[in-house]
Design a protein around this ligand. Structure first.
Ligand code: NAD
Length: 364
C-alpha cells in the first residue's frame, strides 16, 4: 500500500493547534509547525512532522518549555550570547538568527552563541533565513544529552549527531545550502532499518568491541523489540561520517557549539537534552570591495552544475538542490506520510482535545 499524500497547509494547521493546546504562544506554535512541515517537504522526514509526538511528550515532562523567552547573556559589538533556557528550539533559533542578521547588517558580522535551546530541528532552515536576508552564514550545532556517535578510531559514544550548515546567497540563482549531520547516518535512519525498513550500510555503526556493522541492534539493544526503541539501549554507536575528517568536524561541533556557547559538550552522564548553536553571519556587502561576489557565486555554481555527471549520476546537484526539488514536488502533489506517523499525529491531536482532521489532511 502506498503512503497517503497529505496537504501540507492543513497539516501545519493541525500541528499548530496541538502546540497551542500544549501551551505555546501563537508565534511559537506557528514557527515550530511551519518548520516541521518544511523539513518534511524538503525530504528530511527525520526532522519533520514525525517530531510532533515527541515534542508533545517533551512539553508534558518539562524537557522543553513553551513561553520561555530568549534571554541575552552578552550583547557586545557583533557578539551575542543567548540562552534559550530549554524553550521551543525552532522559535529560539529563528529569533537568534534574526538578531545575528541585524548585527551583520550593522557591522558586517554577527556572531551568535545560543545555548540550552530545545530541539532546533533542521539547521539548514537558519542558513536559508540568513540567505533570504542576503547574508552568508556558517552554523555549528551540538546535541547535548544525546550521546550517540563514536568518533573515528573509537568504539565509544563521545558525540551527538551534531550538524553543520553553510548558507551562501546567490542573487542570480538558487542559494547554496549545505546542511548535514556529522554522523554517517541519522539516528532516524537507524530506527527505520531497525523496524524493518531500508537496511543500513555495513559501516554505519560500531559495536562495543570496535567492529563495524550495519546492525541497528548495537544502537538500540533489546529495546528494538519493545515497540519504543531507545538509542540509549545498546552498547554500540553510530559512526561519525567521513573517517578522520568528518569525525574531526563532529568534535569541532562539540567544542564550538557545546563548550564555547556554554551549552556543554557531551559526556557519559545523563544530561538534559539541548541544542547549542554557534552561528557566524556575514554581510557580503561589507566584504565585497571588488563587487565580484554575486557574479562569482552564480558563475561558480553554474560551473559545478554543468559538469559532466559521473557514471550512474543522472543530474549534478549542488547543496540545497535536492531539498528544493523535493519541496516543489511534495508541495504540488502532497507530502507522502507513512500511516503510523499520520495516526500518531491524529492521536496527539485527539489527546489535546482536537477533532479528527484525517479527511482534511489526506489529499489522496
Ligand atoms: P543528508 O545526508 O541528506 O545531507 C544533506 C545535504 O547534502 C544537503 O545540503 C543536501 O542539499 C546535500 N545533498 C544531498 N544530495 C546531494 C547530491 N546528490 N549532490 C550534492 N549535494 C547533495 O543530511 P543528514 O545528515 O541526514 O541530515 C538531515 C537533517 O538533520 C539536517 O537538516 C540536519 O540539520 C538535521 N539534524 C539536526 C540535528 C539537531 O539536533 N537539531 C541533529 C542532527 C541532524
Amino acid at each position: 500500500m502506498t503512503d497517503p499524500l497529505i496537504n501540507p497547509t492543513a497539516l501545519s494547521g493541525t500541528i499548530e493547534r496541538i502546540l497551542l493546546a500544549d501551551g505555546c504562544t501563537a508565534d511559537e506554535a506557528q514557527t515550530v509547525a511551519d518548520h516541521l512541515v518544511l523539513a518534511s517537504l524538503s525530504g528530511h522526514d527525520s526532522h519533520g512532522v514525525i517530531r510532533t509526538m515527541r515534542y508533545h511528550l517533551w512539553i508534558a515532562d518539562g524537557t522543553i518549555n513553551p513561553k520561555t523567552p530568549l534571554t541575552t547573556v552578552l550583547d557586545n559589538g557583533p557578539l551575542l550570547q543567548l540562552d534559550g533556557q530549554d524553550g521551543m528550539g525552532q522559535w529560539l533559533a529563528k529569533e537568534a538568527t534574526a538578531r545575528g542578521i541585524a548585527k551583520a547588517k550593522e557591522t558586517g558580522i554577527g556572531l551568535v552563541a545560543l545555548r540550552r535551546a530545545g530541539h532546533i530541528g533542521r539547521i539548514g532552515t537558519y542558513a536559508e533565513q540568513a540567505c533570504a536576508a542576503g547574508m552568508v552564514s556558517i552554523q555549528f550545532c551540538n546535541v547535548n544529552g544525546s550521546l550517540l556517535v563514536a568518533p573515528f578510531g573509537t568504539a565509544r559514544r563521545c558525540a551527538g549527531t551534531d550538524p553543520v550548515a553553510v548558507g551562501i546567497p546567490n542573487a542570480e540563482g538558487e542559494d547554496f545550502i549545505l546542511d548535514f549531520a556529522t554522523s554517517l547516518v541519522a539516528e532516524g535512519k537507524a530506527l527505520v532499518a531497525g523496524t524493518g525498513g531500508k537496511p543500513l550500510p555495513d559501516d554505519a555503526l560500531v559495536d562495543a568491541d570496535g567492529r563495524m556493522t550495519g546492525d541497528p541492534r548495537v544502537l538500540y539493544g533489546d529495546t528494538l523489540d519493545t515497540g519504543n526503541p531507545d538509542p540509549r539501549g545498546g552498547s554500540g554507536a553510530l559512526r561519525a561520517m567521513g573517517d578522520h575528517k568528518g569525525s574531526g568536524l563532529a568534535l569541532a561541533c562539540e567544542l564550538l557549539a557545546g563548550a564555547l556557547t556554554g551549552n556543554g559538550a557531551n559526556r557519559p552522564e545523563e544530561k538534559q537534552f539541548g541544542n547549542g548553536l554557534l552561528s557566524i553571519i556575514l554581510d557580503p556587502a561589507t566584504f565585497d570591495d571588488t563587487g565580484m561576489f554575486g557574479r562569482e557565486v552564480a558563475d561558480y555554481i553554474d560551473f559545478v552544475q554543468s559538469s559532466p555527471p559521473a557514471a550512474g549520476v543522472g543530474k549534478v546537484l549542488v547543496p540545497g538542490d535536492r531539498e528544493r526539488m523535493l519541496r516543489a514536488e511534495r508541495s504540488a502533489n502532497g507530502l507522502p506520510m507513512p500511516e503510523p506517523v499520520l495516526a500518531g499525529i491524529l492521536a496527539t491531536a485527539q489527546a489535546v482535545g482536537l477533532p479528527d482532521t484525517r479527511d482534511d489532511l489526506i489529499m489522496r
